[in-house]
Design a protein around this ligand. Structure first.
Ligand SMILES: NC(=O)c1ccc[n+]([C@@H]2O[C@H](COP(=O)([O-])OP(=O)(O)OC[C@H]3O[C@@H](n4cnc5c(N)ncnc54)[C@H](O)[C@@H]3O)[C@@H](O)[C@H]2O)c1
Length: 321
């Protein structure tokens, strides 16, 4: 039986990944500090589901605290680490820069150091489409230059890709970085557009539409992302980076239209200028991912958002119309 440390298991993607791996018979050591960046009840609710599996061993640890992390990890002989814990959010990094240094930079360094000293041979870690910054050549390819991040969050993700290269080179740890593109789905994050828009549409409150609606996002369904992570876990690359995106960008106003359809209500729209740190368009090139990971997404946005809204209504006890 494979045993894996997964960081960020109380988070959106970590929860879905751990849940699937546990069902497949993996033994999971889940690490999360359950911080209050967003509603801790949602993190607890995800974790409660995971704790129903006897092969789930949860540890409330902050990965930026090296000694505690090191000592806990040394209790387990694992095949690899899947490192998803991070302070996410582009906009939050403008007001709260230091937490990105602490969690994303130091936290990730600590994970790499644990792998180095405890001879863990492989790490699959979360990067982000945000590393493409203001790049305008689309679709975004892993071969493109990504030296111009437009947010501190993106800069920490790029820095981690560079650190991964050094650790792979120096200590022979297999390092696979996955650049996720705007992930959505059940148990999704309350700070992201799908969640905020659905909440406000259902509560008859206005939704904020930035750059006057002239934006496109390569929304990617969480089950597809999980399958992509598992494809990466199943392979051994010395050092690689892959895009995991839908490769089918959705115009923001079309996205709102699909939400309105499945909510059965019109949104009250408030138009605003572009926000600092944001980018106008994301679009993943999947050539390398298809060739080397054998992965491609299978969920279209209509089906994915329908699932998300069904979950949202059930989770929040929204009365059926
Ligand atoms: N959701 C997306 O659209 C998206 C896109 C690109 C990249 N990512 C990356 O994917 C990963 C998972 O994202 P998510 O959407 O599930 O976010 P999330 O915030 O829901 O999950 C991250 C989890 O990590 C935990 N965490 C944060 N700092 C920690 C620390 N210092 N110690 C221990 N635990 C800590 C949080 O409590 C949280 O439960 C992150 O690395 C994120 O940057 C996500």
């Amino acid at each position: 039986m494979k045993k894996v440390i997964v960081t960020g298991t109380a988070g959106f993607i970590g929860f879905h990944l751990a849940n699937k791996l546990l069902k497949q018979g993996y033994e999971i050591v889940g690490i999360d500090n359950l911080n209050d960046y967003y509603d801790v009840n949602l993190k607890e609710a995800r974790n409660k589901i995971l704790k129903e599996h006897k092969n789930y061993n949860f540890k409330k640890i902050d990965i930026s605290e090296y000694d505690k992390l090191f000592s806990e990890c040394s209790n387990h002989k694992v095949d690899m680490i899947v490192h998803l814990a991070a302070q996410a959010g582009v906009r939050h990094s403008i007001e709260n820069p230091h937490v990105y240094g602490k969690y994303n930079l130091n936290g990730t360094l600590n994970i790499f150091e644990v792998a180095r000293h405890q001879k863990i041979p492989k790490i699959v870690y979360a990067s982000s489409s945000s590393v493409y910054g203001g790049n305008t050549i689309v679709p975004f390819s892993e071969s493109h230059n990504v030296d111009k991040p437009v947010s501190l969050y993106a800069a920490t993700k790029k820095a981690n890709e560079l650190k991964a290269h050094a650790y792979s080179h120096l200590y022979g740890i297999n390092m696979t970085g996955l650049r996720f593109f705007t992930v959505y789905g059940p148990y999704g994050r309350p700070d992201m557009a799908a969640y905020m828009f659905v909440k406000n549409i259902l509560e008859d409150k206005p939704i904020k539409i930035f750059n006057q609606g002239d934006m496109e996002r390569d929304f990617t369904y969480v089950d597809d992302i999980v399958n992509g992570i598992i494809s990466a876990m199943d392979k051994d690359f010395k050092y690689e980076i892959f895009n995991l995106g839908n490769s089918n960008p959705e115009k923001l106003m079309d996205f709102v239209g699909i939400l309105e359809k499945h909510c059965g209500k019109k949104a009250i729209k408030e138009f605003h200028p572009m926000q600092a740190g944001d980018v106008k368009k994301t679009h993943a090139c999947l050539k390398k991912t298809k060739e080397m990971l054998g992965w491609e997404p299978t969920t279209n946005i209509d089906e994915g958002l329908k699932n998300f809204i069904e979950w949202y209504k059930e989770y929040h006890n929204v009365k059926k119309r």
